[in-house]
Design a binder for this molecule. Structure first.
Ligand code: ADP
Ligand code: XUL
Length: 532
């Protein structure tokens, strides 16, 4: 395929997220034609009940331990491709390249059998029947896991303290980051670690399945490990040593986010009659969302209201958070991105919604019935252990809100989340005037109005809520053009694909802004008191 010019090219972006898998296909013609062909999604819990997950994770009696089955993510990839090729409306012979996005930090441990097996999968048999014996750890710790405080402490001590680790890797040690997670595994199950030939991220594992060989980790997702030298985008030997002896030999290499890892392996081309499309290295969901929300230059930020709530924006040069709040990641555009992450996002909103037997429409109506700033009443929404700020013992802390007052609780959870987003993005040093909202809950304009009022910023919805899958498709497009020797600047890659919805702009109300300016300081105090 390399070098040939086709009139219309199709690019596929896959997003393997916490609760679901999504595929977005785009068409990019030479004559400037740009269309999102389709988006398709299914949830693991519903589509694959045999794995026993709830919200995409395995049941656990310890709230700090959160794992998911890597076989399920692999199976879901196969099933999604199967569903896509049945879609008669798409001419898959025009598929030029595939890339992907995955929940960050989660690690997949495979044994040496994978080396040969990845490239020799039998097209006549389903994938899931051929890879079950490749995992040297049957379950994968994911980003919601917070059981590695001991290993975080050990890594920070070995590297000269939290600030030194942040300056080297972009973040102080965080419980969910892959380095501390690998350290814990090597310590608790030395035999399992010894039989591990490769430690992948979810992103690099799924890319490996497509390409039929072990594929690299990109600097975007590599930044979520506490193991990568952020300035040089290569493994940091001191950090690897602080995790486990021999780790370097078990890690894939780090390669640019626009690297072509190969073409679709015979399993995919023969089983599904697909062309040998280029497989572009995958990245994390937040780095992909940066592209899929069009944040390819400085000045704008996006807030993603998915399973996690995240806030991020591009940073031309890395300025790690000196107070240990957030992260600097490499951006898949080659620059950097600043980001803060909250675990109690959509599932906390759902907990409140479900506790009072509401629908999303009822939830919105409750926001409509209650005054902004909730008469000074707040709650701390820590249903699960929280990442920002670090809270390992979960529990909702209410201030003057009666647990039986449904409306006040609805307003309380949304205001808490928006104030926490605003407070804990201050370290980025950006005056936020405009926010692109994405993720499942960005469909809810009543939630976004609270965001606009708390941030005193305009909030816009995008044409697609699936910015991670779209970002992956756009990355495939960018990398394919580059590999053909016809590179496009990022502004041209995203043009026509990443558009705010017309009439979607929400503006802050002056009176509400004033109320939140007061409340946010009270909230900050209650948060500090709530942690201790
Ligand atoms: P992820 O990619 O992390 O799996 P999504 O971005 O797909 O998650 O978001 C899924 C979440 O979106 C659901 O858990 C649900 O709580 C939330 N959601 C969907 N529709 C609405 C709505 N109308 N109002 C608020 N939240 C919503
Ligand atoms: C990012 C993070 C989450 C996951 C899941 O640091 O932990 O946003 O990527 O989406």
């Amino acid at each position: 395929m390399g070098g040939s010019t086709v009139a219309v090219a199709i690019y596929l972006g896959l997003d393997s997220s916490t609760q679901s898998v999504t595929a977005t296909a785009i068409e990019a013609g030479d004559g400037g034609r740009r269309t999102i062909l389709f988006e398709r999604s299914f949830r693991y819990d519903e589509a694959m009940p045999e794995y026993g997950t709830r919200y995409g994770v395995l049941p656990s009696s310890d709230p700090t331990i959160v794992h998911a089955p890597p076989l399920m993510w692999s199976h879901a990839l196969d099933r999604m491709i199967d569903e896509l090729v049945r879609d008669a409306d798409v001419d898959w012979s025009a598929l030029r390249a595939i890339s992907g996005s995955a929940q960050q930090h989660g690690s997949v441990y495979v044994n040496a059998l994978a080396r040969g097996r990845l490239g020799s999968l039998e097209p006549g048999l389903p994938l899931v029947e051929q890879i079950g014996d490749l995992f040297s750890r049957r379950t994968s710790p994911i980003w919601m896991d917070s059981s590695t405080s001991f290993d975080c402490g050990a890594m920070e001590t070995a590297l000269g303290g939290p600030r030194a680790l942040a300056n080297l890797t972009g973040s102080r040690a965080f419980e969910r980051f892959t380095g501390p997670q690998i350290r814990k595994f090597a310590r608790e199950d030395p035999d399992g670690f010894a039989s591990t030939d490769r430690v992948h991220l979810v992103s690099s594992w799924l890319a490996s399945l497509l390409a039929g060989r072990h594929v690299a980790i990109d600097p975007g997702d590599g930044s979520g490990m506490n193991l990568m030298d952020l300035a040089h985008k290569r493994w940091a030997p001191d950090a690897l040593r602080a995790v486990a002896p021999g780790l370097e030999a078990k890690l894939p290499p780090i390669e640019d986010s626009w690297s072509v890892a190969g073409t679709l392996s015979p399993y995919w081309t023969k089983r599904y009659n697909l062309p040998p499309a280029r497989v572009v290295v995958w990245s994390g969901d937040n780095p992909c969302s940066l592209v899929g929300t069009g944040l390819v230059s400085e000045g704008l930020v996006a807030v993603s209201l998915g399973t996690s709530d995240t806030i991020f924006g591009i940073m031309p040069t890395p300025r790690p958070s000196q107070d240990g709040t957030g992260h600097v990641f490499a951006s898949p555009t080659g620059a950097y991105m600043g980001m803060t992450v909250f675990k109690n996002g959509s599932l906390a909103r759902e907990r409140i919604r479900d506790a009072y037997g509401m629908s999303w429409a009822d939830f919105s109506a409750a926001l409509g019935r209650t005054p902004p700033a909730n008469q000074g009443r707040t709650l701390l929404p820590w249903f699960d252990p929280e990442i920002t700020p670090l809270v390992l013992t979960p529990g909702v802390r209410r201030h003057q809100i009666d647990a039986s007052d449904a409306d006040a609780n609805v307003r309380g959870v949304v205001e808490a989340q928006m104030m926490a987003l605003a407070l804990h993005s201050r370290w980025m040093g950006v005056r936020i005037r405009k926010i692109y909202a994405t993720g499942g809950a960005a469909a809810n304009r009543d939630i976004l109005q609270v965001m606009a009022d708390v941030f005193e910023a305009e909030v816009l919805q995008l044409e697609t809520g699936n910015s991670a899958a779209l970002g992956a498709a756009l990355r495939a497009f960018h990398a394919d053009r580059l590999a053909d020797g016809r590179p496009l600047p990022w502004e041209e890659v995203i043009a026509g694909f990443v558009t705010p919805k017309s009439d979607s702009k929400l503006k802050p109300h002056a009176g509400h802004v004033a109320a939140y300016k007061k409340l946010i300081e009270t909230y900050a105090e209650r948060e500090r008191a709530g942690i201790s």
